[in-house]
Design a protein around this ligand. Sequence first.
Ligand code: ADP
Ligand code: MG
Length: 256
Amino acid sequence: MSYIFAVANQKGGVGKTTTTVNLAAALAAQGQRVLLVDLDPQGNATMGSGVDKRTLKNSVYHVLLGLSSLAEARQASETGKYDTLPANRDLAGAEVEMVDLDNRETRLKHALALHDKDYDFVLIDCPPSLSMLTLNGLCAANGVIIPMQCEYYALEGLSDLVNTIKKVHANLNPDLKIIGLLRVMFDTRSTLSNQVSAQLEQHFGDKVFKSIVPRNVRLAEAPSYGMPGVLFDRAAKGAQAYLAFAAEMIERVKTF
Ligand code: ADP
Ligand code: MG
């Protein structure tokens, strides 16, 4: 059985893709069988896994539209040691093309169900919106991981996401829950970061992961080498944080 987690936050640039790619690689480094699903037409998680989005024969787009099986579309990340269901610009059209299809919110869920025995973890990198693509991610998942920067407006955006998750839970996917909030791009020297971080802990209690990912330039450099940060420079503070986060996730799922 696989644990399926959507990495979601409707804001762009908050660290969703960095978290998905590095958690995938860190879990794989700890012996877990992992599938990373790229649900963003930008294909950043695909490229960051060392898979070339420009030369895909089949992608998550084809799987969502029933034009290809997952088995035909998945590709191994040679650098990350996990599988990817890659994405590219084709996926931008999926939203409109899916309108006439049956069960359009649950197409990813059904594709993943056939491979439940292949993976310990499936991680879904969601696009920066609360669109039909994100809805497919949320319907397929057992839980949501929310990366967030500890900024002034972070909490405000969070309530929209929490409300969407509640609606999906009530109407489409009773299994769905928030697994946790991950503090990323954290600056320990910033008073504001520390204040927002304390507020988060007060508000969400043990839904806030203990691991904190610092701002670390090595994590930002890694994608241009087609490598997850945890493998690009394993000793760097950012990589170490994601390795710790993976260990925390492995412990957390034991309590499910
Ligand atoms: P999203 O997927 O939410 O849009 P990304 O993961 O692409 O966000 O991150 C946005 C930008 O911030 C990218 O350029 C990425 O390399 C950078 N970044 C993400 N996490 C960190 C971090 N911990 N330290 C430094 N840069 C980071
Ligand atoms: Mg992204």
